[in-house]
Design a protein around this ligand. Structure first.
Ligand SMILES: Nc1ncnc2c1ncn2[C@@H]1O[C@H](COP(=O)(O)OP(=O)(O)OP(=O)(O)O)[C@@H](O)[C@H]1O
Ligand SMILES: [Mg+2]
Length: 228
């Protein structure tokens, strides 16, 4: 089974506007961890958002065995862990533990178990000490750890992570790479952090000019050539 597939997918922000992604074909198999590379403005965030139906598309997207269409959206979103580029776009509750436990509570996990699993998710990211903190008191990197814990806590089949290492300190990046490598989930990870991508991804794709290319190496040179 393909966990994620795109067939001829085109995404525009406005009906008459330019295609940000054009005719994208993509297949991601179970357990793959795909690095999504590309220059600023190339369309990485756009691709991740389209994958969970936050942007409309033409063509066909399948996620976790279901076609991405309005009636299937809610079900698909329970199987996907999504990390927004900015943690502020993701964190909803004033207190850390409530936020991390939210996805589990929405899935019907009892409160005590949800809170315990949320603590474990925070601990796996070295953020257990933040559990009782107010989110608006946290630093940017601490918020990113909390948002990551929220995305991981439900143990989703598919993780879509937008620059997960961007705000982390160097030990935090190494820890996150090891953590992701040890999960069974399938992942698409938009990143500019090539060292992080080399440490935890099984292959890499590059978005350039609205199209997707296979990246033979996770290397800055991949960005320079017209057709990798
Ligand atoms: N809400 C929007 N309306 C119109 N155009 C948008 C919107 N959001 C993004 N874009 C455009 O879509 C293109 C791709 O943006 P996107 O955010 O996907 O890039 P990215 O590869 O994630 O970049 P970065 O590395 O800076 O995060 C850019 O040209 C951007 O200007
Ligand atoms: Mg982006």
């Amino acid at each position: 089974m393909r966990v994620l597939s795109f067939e001829g997918v085109t995404v525009r922000y406005e009906a008459e506007g330019p295609a940000i992604l054009e005719g994208i074909d993509l297949e991601v198999a179970p357990g793959e961890r795909v690095a999504l590379l590309g220059l600023n403005g190339s369309g990485k965030t756009t691709l991740l958002k389209a994958t969970v139906g936050l942007l409309s598309h033409s063509g066909c997207i399948h996620v976790c065995g279901e076609r991405l269409e309005r009636p299937a959206l809610a079900g698909i979103r329970t199987k996907v862990g999504f990390l927004f580029n900015l943690p502020e776009d993701q964190l909803l509750f004033p207190e850390v533990l409530d936020d991390v436990a939210f996805g589990l509570r929405r899935k019907g996990v009892p409160l005590a178990e949800a809170r315990s699993r949320a603590r474990s998710a925070l601990a796996s990211l070295g953020a257990e000490a933040l559990a009782e903190c107010e989110i608006h008191h946290l630093s940017h990197g601490q918020k990113q750890r909390v948002a990551l814990a929220g995305a991981l806590a439900t143990e989703p089949e598919l993780l879509l992570l937008d620059e997960p290492s961007a705000a982390l300190d160097p030990p935090g990046r190494v820890r996150l790479a090891r953590l992701l490598e040890g999960l069974n989930a399938t992942m698409v990870i938009a990143t500019h952090d090539l060292e992080f991508a080399r440490a935890c991804c099984t292959r890499a794709l590059l978005i350039q000019g609205g199209r997707l290319f296979t990246c033979p190496r996770i290397d800055p040179d991949a960005f320079l050539s017209g057709e990798p």
